[in-house]
Design a protein around this ligand. Sequence first.
Ligand SMILES: [Zn+2]
Length: 285
Amino acid sequence: MSVLEESRLQYSAVEVRMTDGTGWGLFTSHAVRKGDMLLQELPLVVLDIKYDATPATQQKFQKTIQWASRWTAQGGPMNEYPKEFRKLMDDCVCECVQEIFNSQSGDVQRKWMALHDAKTPNDTVITASKLFYLNGLNSEKGRLLNGLECIILSTAPMSNGRWAARLTYDGKDLSVKKDSLKKKIPGNVASTNSFSVGGYDGVGQKLGLYEVLSRSNHSCEPGTSRSIDANGLAVLRAERAFSQGEQVYTRYIAGSLPYEARQSELRDKYGFDCGCQKCEAERRV
Ligand SMILES: [Zn+2]
């Protein structure tokens, strides 16, 4: 690890570990008291997104602005934009991010793409017409995928260390077409893992991507607070005591949203149904 990399992580009481079923996560490396710092980290990269960078991005951004004005004019709540708007906005960010990605060093690009892409359907239900990327798939036979035993007929290496596969299940050939495969792309990785640095300023916004913080999983009531200053320096603090080895969560979306709005936003943007304690309690009501 270079001096530069080490210096991004200024303080850490957490470590990145594989969770049981939800990919990577952060876990306390020792007991932490209420109010203590859990993590202090500089971003891998700050994405300085300018929506007027190119005519194409400008046009997309104008569309999102018009959408938002119509929504609020019709009395739609400001913090509950429907998924059509969120998709448009994501699309816009994606387009701007590609250029920023291209200008990064190989090292940053590799670390960027190592983060999770919630839009890549690597764990979708298998259907005959569905295409998927499978992380680390090899040619061994009889592998379980979503609980279904599949026979892998052939595999082909794709970008970013992922593989496309031809599978059979239940006697049916589920061969998939390579050209309609959805790729893991920098914009989707950025949209899955970034945190706002400063907010929208009229022409753009800054988003921070973090090697450690971006690995944290979501809870609607995480018991942690996150702050990010104008340079992107992120601080995660404990709002309660944590014992050693406990998973440390952060919040991806506004905790003040009602249950259904939270579920919908998390499903659309991050691809999961939230089963945190707050959601479990509210679901039962
Ligand atoms: Zn939740």
